[in-house]
Design a binder for this molecule. Structure first.
Ligand SMILES: [Zn+2]
Length: 468
């Protein structure tokens, strides 16, 4: 080849290798290389924030992260000025129940593709990149949707992780609770076969329940949960358990349980020692229930994020629950909260890995999808963790617990999932609610469009109420 022809080819190749630069300002547009600069950057690993930061997103991943001015910026990159903002990794909800809640109703009749997607849009709207449904999914739909979301079919939605059908003793199941979806566990062989079916669906986490529901039902027996745990480990799966009693928690630790899906109601020295003997066992917070009964200032008047995503009837129903309570009931709520708060800060101090689980979408009807993530962060600070520790729990730790190795921190190679805030959550954890923008997989979520859709639904719901 003639020398000049070679040069032409080289020049052509160099030009072709240059990415095209579009500005990623409008929702839905994707620039190939964008530098976000000027923000206070909380990377999610507990290190001090980087003031006046810069980070580069190429396609859908972070490629460079550092200080503005010190970071090498690819030539021709688009620039987004985030001066005055704070950036955190997108949050991760490690315990939810997706697809059941729909306005005032909750049940399997609402478990449709449309409603599951609506919930995943809600998570994204609130800055949550991924949510783990805990054992209340059924049919093939959850696996189909999980795979479609991973393939990027719904770019404005959070990732859907499913534990498929949980494993429950017959006594804990009723046609009207979410455990109707579960495999009924009666024998060790049956339990092992059910775990095998879940492994074939490529779940990473198996869910089970060990709870006598205040002495009203017969709970799962140790031989059966031991079989579940043993079989899951043979398939390289982990087991998450709903078990809040102290004695059960100890037996489950001895049986090599992986994940407590809720904080345990009491913590004593023996429990702490058992956690030390099982350093890979983790705890998800799920502090919302008792906390909500004693403290919900966001409800009166409803926080704007609640008012724009939840129907007035649903808000009113929740508001109505509080004045009905007797002083005794309030005191019981306070006591339950105090025990949980002391317990979680003690386990955290003992080095137990804590992730954030909200139980969002659960059946009490007040665990609003997405919003509960932000109240849960506040609960954890109220329990004694620092905002930095709480953000690590909600990002890096939760990602690790769910096996999401491309999420959880803002670091080169990770998926570019992050939240731009108007205020610093290290000053006040409720600043995580001051969301300016959410990016998932390097793309800005169209929050205005999502909000407009919900507002329309809320208006329609309003106008369908007969006027008397
Ligand atoms: Zn749950």
């Amino acid at each position: 080849m003639h020398r000049s022809a070679v040069l032409v080819v080289i020049c052509f190749l160099l030009t072709a290798a240059q990415p095209t630069h579009t500005i990623a300002q409008g929702p839905g547009t994707t620039a190939n290389v964008v530098v976000f600069e000027g923000s206070r950057l909380i990377v999610g690993d507990g290190s001090p924030p980087i003031e006046n930061s810069a980070f580069v997103v190429e396609n859908n991943r972070f490629t460079r992260v550092g200080r503005k001015g010190a970071l090498q910026i690819p030539v021709g990159a688009a620039h987004v000025n985030l001066t005055g903002k704070t950036v955190i990794p997108a949050l991760i909800d490690a315990h939810s129940h997706i697809g059941y809640m729909k306005n005032l109703t909750s049940g399997s009749q609402n478990y449709t593709r449309e409603n599951i997607l609506d919930h995943l849009y809600r998570f994204a709207y609130f800055g949550v990149a991924a949510s783990q449904a805990m054992g209340t999914d059924f049919g093939v739909l959850p696996y189909q949707l999980r795979d479609e979301l991973l393939a990027g079919k719904y770019p404005d939605a959070a990732r859907f992780l499913t534990a498929g059908r949980g494993l429950s003793p017959i006594d804990e199941i009723s046609p009207t609770n979410m455990r109707h979806a579960a495999y009924v566990v009666t024998t060790e062989e049956g339990a092992r076969a059910s775990v095998g079916e879940l492994a074939a669906q490529k779940v990473k986490i198996v869910k089970t329940w060990v709870d006598d529901r205040g002495g009203t039902v017969k709970k799962l027996t140790p031989n059966l949960y031991r079989a579940i745990i043993d079989e899951a480990h043979k398939h390289n799966l982990r087991v998450a358990v709903h078990a809040t009693g102290l004695a059960d928690a100890k037996e489950l630790l001895r049986a090599d349980i992986d994940i407590f899906a809720h904080m345990i109601s009491d913590v004593d020295d023996e429990l702490v020692s058992l956690f030390k003997e099982h350093p890979n066992t983790v705890v998800l917070s799920a502090l919302g229930g008792p906390r909500r009964t004693i403290y919900a200032p966001w409800l009166n008047p409803p926080h704007p994020l609640v008012a724009e995503t939840v129907s007035p009837e649903q808000i009113k129903r929740l508001q109505g629950r509080f004045p009905e309570r007797s002083p005794d009931a309030f005191k019981r709520g306070e006591d339950a909260w105090d025990r949980l708060a002391r317990g979680i800060s003690r386990l955290h101090a003992a080095g137990v890995k804590i992730g954030v689980g909200t139980d969002g979408g659960g059946q009490q009807g007040d665990q609003f999808i997405g919003w509960t993530m932000h109240t849960e962060l506040e609960n954890m600070v109220a329990a004694g963790l620092t905002p930095t520790q709480v953000l690590v729990a909600a990002t890096r730790s939760s990602a690790e617990i769910l096996g999401l190795d491309d999420l959880g921190t803002i670091a080169p190679g990770r998926s570019a999932d992050f939240v731009v805030l108007d205020a610093n959550p290290l000053d006040d954890i409720t600043n995580t609610r001051k969301i300016a923008n959410v990016y998932l997989r390097g793309r800005q979520v169209d929050r205005a469009k999502l909000r407009a859709g919900w507002t329309k639904d809320l208006t329609n719901a309003q106008s369908s109420i007969p006027i008397r």
